[in-house]
Write a protein that binds this ligand. Structure first.
Ligand SMILES: [Cu+2]
Length: 117
C-alpha cells in the first residue's frame, strides 16, 4: 500500500512538472507581430525583402509596397527585430534603422531603384 501511494505521488509529481514545463515552453514559443518601414518598389523587391526577412524563428513576413511597410510575425525568444532589419538592408533595401550599402543598392535591377537621384 505504501508503494502504491509513493507511485501515485511520483506520477502526480511527474505530471505536474510536465505541466510546468509545457507552460514554460509555450511561453518561450510566444510570437509577436510587428511592422517597420522598408523601402522598395516592385514585385521583385517584395520577394527579395520577404525572403531576406524569413530568418529562423520568423513565421510570417509580408511587405506592402504601397505602405513601404513590412509586417513580421516572429518567435520572441528566437528573433530580434534588428537582426531582420540588418538582413533586409544586406540585400539592398533601406529599413527604419539600417541603410543598405551603396554598393549593394547599385546592383539592384533598374525597376527596384527606390532612392531618389
Ligand atoms: Cu524591385
Amino acid at each position: 500500500m505504501k508503494t502504491i501511494k509513493f507511485l501515485t505521488v511520483s506520477v502526480l509529481a511527474l505530471f505536474f512538472s510536465i505541466g510546468v514545463y509545457s507552460q514554460d515552453h509555450s511561453m518561450h514559443m510566444a510570437t509577436k507581430t510587428e511592422s517597420f518601414k522598408v523601402s522598395g518598389k516592385c514585385g521583385m523587391c517584395k520577394s527579395r525583402i520577404e525572403k531576406a526577412a524569413k530568418i529562423e524563428g520568423v513565421t510570417k513576413a509580408e511587405w506592402d509596397a504601397d505602405k513601404q511597410l513590412i509586417t513580421i510575425t516572429y518567435m520572441l525568444n528566437m528573433v530580434k527585430i534588428d537582426d531582420i532589419q540588418k538582413k533586409i538592408a544586406a540585400v539592398g533595401h533601406d529599413t527604419e534603422k539600417f541603410k543598405a550599402d551603396d554598393k549593394i543598392y547599385d546592383k539592384l535591377p533598374g525597376c527596384c531603384k527606390y532612392r531618389k537621384k
